[in-house]
Design a protein around this ligand. Sequence first.
Ligand SMILES: Cc1cc2nc3c(=O)[nH]c(=O)nc-3n(C[C@H](O)[C@H](O)[C@H](O)COP(=O)(O)O)c2cc1C
Ligand code: SF4
Length: 679
Amino acid sequence: MSRDPLLQPYSLKHLTLKNRIMTTSHEPAYPEDGMPKDRYRAYHEERARAGVAMTMTAGSAAVSRDSPPVFNNILAYRDEVVPWMAKVADACHEHGCAVLIQLTHLGRRTHWNKGDWLPAVSPSHEREAAHRAFPKKLEDWDIARIIEDYADAAERMKAAGLDGIELQAYGHLMDQFWSERTNTLDAPWGGSLDNRLRFTHQVLDAVRQRVGDAFIVGVRYTADETAEGGISPAEGLEISKRLADSGQVDFLNVIRGHIDTDPGLTDVIPVQGMKSAPHLDFAGEVREATGLPTFHAARIPDVATARHAIAAGKLDMVGMTRAHMADPHVVRKIIEGREDDIRPCVGATYCLDRIYQAGDALCIHNAATGRELSMPHDIPRSETKRNVVVIGAGPAGLEAARVAAERGHKVSVLEAAPDPGGQIRLTAQNPRRREMIGIVDWRMAQCAARDVEFRFNTFAEADDVTALSPDLVIVATGGLPHTEVLSEGDDLVISAWDIISGDAKPGASVLVYDDAGDHAAMQAAETIAATGAHVEIMTPDRSFAPDVMAMNLVPYMRSLQDKDVTFTVTYRLRAARRDGNRLIAVIGSDYIKDLAEERVFDQIVVNHGTIPMDELYFDLRPLSSNLGAVDHDALIEGRPQAIAANPDGAFQLFRIGDAVSARNTHAAIYDALRLMKNL
Ligand SMILES: Cc1cc2nc3c(=O)[nH]c(=O)nc-3n(C[C@H](O)[C@H](O)[C@H](O)COP(=O)(O)O)c2cc1C
Ligand code: SF4
């Protein structure tokens, strides 16, 4: 038997959890019609099969109709949820994985314009900054019906065969009662701590009456809001003890912080560049004070930190949630002694930011996550061995090489630069985003283990490719910054990449014109502002950096707001002209046709995506059997590509990633996986 602390079983009430690793609840926004259907089940089953001991399903599954789904949550207030959850539970139980679900009422952390258009409710009229609904202040009849709703939902989950539930109490209705920041009710629901906890105790009473003593019931809650006037660490510890003393709670899942603002949320769930495991010691203090089984997750992305959390007695179960989105097979790889093979979570938090933007949760560099029904996490071997040549070692090319090598093909990669990584290498220039290089390093290690041949400093031309007698050629040459967007003066501007790479020295007064809305402009602005320069970030869009998204914007704003930086939205840079050693920016607007304001800067940076480097592709096209064509139906349905438009062609040819059009890292990697898994 293994002596690894992470692999020791743990007894939670009557349940034996087979190891110490869990995924905490995280709504990936995969429900269909509010129900966890096949996609949802396949997602959890993949993790269960690979050995995770416990999965806390859902995230904020709604107990009431006036808790409308804020990111496509499971509707636990509907009876039809029972058979769907039963299928999820059965599938995971089959692999010895315990299944619980997080239930909640969101209170003010939602919006009335969703679901049934019922008013949001809260113990005060104050709105939450992040979701912006002004809530109705709860009446006694609201409180009574919501308590019943919790009990009904818990009963449904027991009927579905789950092992237990977790009540959410950070940023949601339950702790909106607890905190004096959000509770302005009079007694018996507001005022003293006893009164503020009354709702929770009544929910626990009602739930226990329905599900009995054996069913597992826990609370995931903030034990320190880290906000003025909010729950202090002392009050949080008192709440922890009272939950323990109630005798109705089987585990505590500790959170530190508040989530009503983007910066608050980002401190609770830190993104890349922020400290690892920042709240682990605090969770350990709660465990010590209460003696209750204690769980916790907050940027414990690697096995070593998780092992420390258990070995040092800080936690009973360690949450590795995003780690499992990046690699659902974490536990299996630990058991097999293959920790080095674990695809690292690089903290990009593309996953979480997407759900707040009404998308589904996708991992920036694992395109199979959330697509288990169509994309493999383990690449199947090909029956025939092919000679594959990949041109370009950016994220798309490296993923193509990795997947081709796992298929068992012979793979050669030609790259013009001295190092792999493409745009990711530029991104990683920012110390805060250095972890992004893990996307490259992991693929290089996977390729090395499968004898992929790399030729760097090789600017491939068609002859270099054909000399390798390929069966299959993948052009992943990426793109170059596209700055030629002005009516006059394109030659006077530089690209965001010029700044990020260090090729251009920042000026003293700089216009960063961002027509793409992605990281490059913000990263360039951060580099320039750090020199003490004045920076104006201008965009023709309604808001700046829309593709950076909420949590990823936080570190940029923390870096920029105390510097000489201004933000201008809805204006368009039309032209640039030289004026001595300075530059005149001619600024217009999509709203007012003839607006033409002139402003002086000494440097103008343009971020407008990339233009594909496609020369090699077009040179190779006539030599290929498919003339570069992609059968989209076959691609989407997971069949091999079979277009044979040119009988004289010697190889199949495809291009992927930014060599096709400017997109993002996830799109580049998905292009590669989706194509290569069938070739
Ligand atoms: C896509 C996504 C959705 C999440 N939704 C919820 C949620 O509904 N309820 C909750 O308590 N936590 C939610 N979380 C937070 C996670 O449970 C966890 O606390 C967080 O990801 C930090 O742990 P990690 O660093 O191991 O990922 C979510 C996280 C992700 C990535
Ligand atoms: S998107 Fe980033 S943070 Fe989210 S799971 Fe993937 S690597 Fe981790």
